[in-house]
Design a protein. Structure first.
Lengths: 354, 354
DNA sequence: CTGAAAGCGCTTACAG
DNA sequence: CTGAAAGCGCTTACAG
């Protein structure tokens, strides 16, 4: 089905090299892997001869079969790789993971829970461990993974596996409480992936929200609602929109619809479930000549760099995604206890909602 | 040295399953890999029994040794993974690569040319092919790669290997020419990684630039210079600064230094070698109450989303990094001829330099 | 369509 | 410190 990556010309193996040198295969192996197991002189000879003959070291495929370990850790991403690689939060998580793996001699294999159908099944199970990021449409990918391999879930839960989270509900509560301290005339909420069936626009009565515990965005909504109630605002009276994908392109039409409402209907405070959403509001508001924060106040969630290295700076709540990645990686490598972890977030007061 | 990832409990193998079912190992293998080689009925029985006994399919380590292919393609990044994952251009490249690999049943292994010393040598050679991105401090990593494996270079050159580039010189010329059509009083250039020894600030006489052909930024400078000369401006009279890493944090102090020059010395046009640099100029200029483009005009290079989904939009030249990744991936998979490619760029007229 | 057997390239006790 | 040998878990001609 797939064309071979290349026709491989004759290749020299460890055995060939041993024969060539008149030593045992064990000595050649030791020359590369256990310097203390042979004389420096012999090792020198083996290594230089290897270089001369174009032998670049033991084959990793054979080594991993023999030792049972590949030194590869897989990250399974709920979204497509294309999306994840361009998302600031996912990128930071990956950076945190990569940092720890690198220091401990492991490498990072990227997999997606939304892979193409032609995806060779089982190619994932080469990895020694798995970090699974976010709720995926189907847990089928996880079935290909041998049950004994370590696995940790990030930002969602897998039955009987450790997980790493942030304190979504208190974090949302904190930012909403700050925003509501200045009473808004018309607050609004822009959710992220919160409906059972796809909805990119206003959430009307016909939509059902995902169940609590299924998604972190449900916890974020709970935090918003708690703050609203505390201010004597009935959450049921606050209009909600939903965004299907955390990108400018997908956010823009929904936000344009909101901002283009008549002055007396347009929200003057928008609580957004991500910085990407909030930043899109800022950009489209500026394009329309709406003043931030005078005409419309905006809050985000995540604390990504793009929201801080600009003007006006985003008011948001910062989660340390890099640290989330580090912790997940340490758990997988057995350097940290495999337990459920919840990281704290930090309220950032920017200019979009002073 | 490194602790094992986990103590693996007893595990069932293909052989065990075959014995259990009273069939040959070939049939079990075929049930998973070649459905046409056995009766649907037997296949059904094997698959269901496998599930019941917790056999999740053939082990990828053994399979890859046996077949000689891992279906893994490695991307070797010149920068650290932490940097690369958070850089828009590198992320787009990776996204383009991942897109093609995914469709063709391959997965993506991330490696860095600046790995930690403890990095297990040779663990890279599990990959079937290598995409090498950017000039790295040392090509040592590449030595561990068997010579027969396909390899393609992106944004730099490796002896006798195909490469993928964009038209850096003409692209820079185009954007500079556009900018210089409105004659500046005091043009300036902000370079990226262009000096032999590290320099984060003004490039003075004591610094030597990297040789032409060594780095793409040298080609970009050539484009700027050609446009300057064409306008009768001697490039030697145009002040140049250098940035060591394409991040806000590293750019900011250099740019602050430039913007804080007295009014009669501050450049009124800055030609920047990346959008990240240009965006940092915009942000810091806004913070200082400088008007863009009235007080200072700014051009970038790359065409990243962040520069376009904001106001003022960046004037820049767009390179299709996603496509660069797609092409490199197709070459590696043997789906496109292994030859040198140069992609065209597109001038984008934004508001930072109308 | 099925089964017996070779062998992919290593690492690692083990005996010397 | 060195060498002979087993075996990691598969896939694939090949014979039936």
């Amino acid at each position: 089905m797939e064309p071979p990556v290349s026709a491989v010309p004759p290749r020299i193996t460890l055995k060939d090299l041993a024969r060539e040198l008149g030593v045992s295969t064990a000595s050649v192996s030791n020359a590369f892997n256990r310097p203390d197991q042979l004389s420096p002189k012999l090792r020198e000879r083996i290594l230089s001869e290897a270089q001369r003959l174009g032998y670049s070291g033991p084959d990793a495929k054979a080594r991993s079969l023999r030792t049972g370990r590949s030194r590869i850790i897989a990250v399974v991403l709920a979204e497509t790789l294309t999306y994840s690689l361009n998302d600031a939060v996912a990128s930071e998580l990956l950076a945190g993971i990569a940092e720890v793996l690198d220091v401990h001699g492991h490498t990072l294999l990227l997999l997606s829970g939304r892979q193409h159908v032609s995806q060779a099944p089982g190619s994932a199970n080469i990895a020694d461990g798995f970090i699974v990021y976010g709720l995926m449409p189907s847990l089928k990918v996880l079935n290909d993974i041998p049950a004994q391999r370590p696995m940790v879930a990030v930002d969602f839960n897998i039955q009987s596996r450790p997980s790493v989270h942030v304190d979504n509900e208190p974090a949302s509560y904190a930012v909403a409480r700050h925003a509501l301290a200045t009473p808004p005339k018309r607050p609004g909420i822009i959710n992220l992936r919160l409906t059972e069936s796809p909805c990119n626009g206003k959430i009307t009565a016909e939509y059902t929200l995902l169940a609590a515990g299924q998604t972190i965005t449900r916890s974020r909504l709970a935090g918003f609602h708690r703050a609203l109630e505390e201010q004597g605002i009935d959450p049921a009276t606050v209009p909600m929109w939903n965004i299907e994908e955390n990108t400018f392109e997908v956010c823009a039409p929904v936000i344009a619809e909101i901002l283009d409402l008549p002055d007396d209907q347009r929200p003057d405070l928008l609580l957004c479930m991500s910085d990407r959403i909030a930043l899109t509001v800022v950009t489209l508001a500026e394009q329309r000549g709406l003043r931030v924060p005078q005409d419309i106040r905006i809050t985000g969630f995540d604390g990504i760099a793009e929201g801080q290295y600009r003007s006006p700076r985003l008011t948001t709540v910062r989660q340390d995604s890099v640290e989330k990645g580090r912790i997940a990686a340490r758990m997988i490598l057995g350097l940290a206890p495999r337990e459920n972890r919840q990281l704290l977030t930090e309220l950032i007061l920017g200019e979009t909602c002073p």
